[in-house]
Ligand binder design. Structure first.
Ligand code: 2RA
Length: 337
């Protein structure tokens, strides 16, 4: 496979390099692309150095089989044609095409076969918060249709990129050294010692774009009429997102049924012994592949609802790992070209 990574210097680009190496993805040749800022940098992959090329409208993608793109929606939109022109499959981490009818939106544990129908050669990787939630809800959907979801998210700095992670560390340093924060660029407000109930821009209905992604993308991935009402919140964990999820099913489900279904579910690890204070936390899921679930219990406010807590590494399952799993599925199905 000739593999390209667009946005190689970013948090997701760097994680893609690690995951491709770790999983022994069949890379025969690797081409890294970036902006003027990162062009010329060298990154090592399996003992060999690769130089980041400037992303341009030329024939650089001739011969590329799979292109992982993670350089923002604007870049994805501008370069999609250049990237796919010679038959490369573009697995796009941005929000540019997610809701387009002719672009599949894929979480392999949920709807892998959707990736096989891609008229534009583009497969979209969903929003990180949505990916983690659907991995956990799909096995429950198989027990009984999920009609409604309420969710409050606790999203790490990594969701806003590598520079945002550095900014959070800088803010804590400034608090310790000078008692107040002076660096606020990547977040709308100070994040250190704070939580911010806004991720992405506001939309006219007073939900943020992130919250509307959860509504729309969940329906598309799960092929469902489910309605999701989310409040997405930035917290000061560094790279794992967490979510508190309440879900109403058509028929009532017991906690035991849910726990059993999740124990067998791909990509999910159940960590749930609340009486002994055992539940998943972002510090522990950081750097891991699975989505971790605990605090599974009946919703006291609704007999047909249950509630649970989940946490997963935003850069891995929320982005890079999901993209690589899509590519692995295509290879397994002999469906790369
Ligand atoms: C965030 N979900 O956490 C976004 C990143 N895609 O900011």
């Amino acid at each position: 496979m000739r593999v390209a990574i667009v946005g190689a210097s970013g948090a997701v680009g760097q994680e893609l390099l690690r995951i491709l190496a770790e999983r022994d993805f069949p890379v025969d040749d690797l081409v890294l692309f970036g902006s003027t800022r990162s062009a010329g940098r060298l990154y090592n992959f399996k003992g060999k150095d690769y130089e980041v090329k400037l992303l341009q409208h030329n024939d650089d993608f001739k011969g590329v089989d799979i292109a992982f793109t993670s350089a923002g929606a604007g870049t994805s939109k501008e370069f999609a044609e250049t990237i796919t022109k010679y038959g490369a499959v573009m697995i796009d981490n941005s929000s540019a095409f997610r809701m387009d009818d002719d672009v599949p939106l894929v979480v392999p544990e949920v709807n892998a076969p959707d990736a096989l129908k891609r008229p534009r050669g583009i497969i979209a990787n969903p929003n990180c918060t949505t990916i983690m939630m659907v991995v956990v809800l799909e096995p429950i959907e198989k027990l009984s249709h999920i009609k409604k979801i309420h969710i409050a998210s606790y999203q790490s700095a990594s969701g806003a990129g590598a520079a945002a992670m550095k900014e959070l560390e800088q803010q804590y340093k400034e608090m310790v050294e000078q008692g107040h924060v002076t660096t606020i660029n990547k977040f709308p407000h100070q994040l250190a010692y704070n939580v911010i109930p806004q991720i992405d821009k506001m939309t006219p209905n007073d939900y943020t774009k992130e919250e509307m992604k959860m509504y729309n993308e969940t329906r598309k991935i799960m092929h469902s009429d489910v309605r999701t009402s989310a409040t997405c919140v930035r917290v000061s964990s560094l790279r794992s997102h967490s979510e508190s999820v309440w879900f109403e099913t058509e028929k009532p489900l017991s906690v035991e049924e849910i726990r059993e279904a999740l124990k067998d579910a791909p990509g999910v690890t159940v960590v749930d012994d609340p009486q002994n204070y055992v539940y998943p936390m972002p510090l522990e899921s950081a750097g891991k592949d699975d989505v971790y679930v605990g605090r599974i219990r009946k919703d006291l406010a609704d007999d047909n609802s249950n509630t649970l807590w989940l946490t997963g590494d935003q850069i891995r399952k929320g982005a890079a790992l999901n993209a690589v799993q899509i590519a692995e599925y295509l290879i397994k199905e002999d469906n790369v070209k």
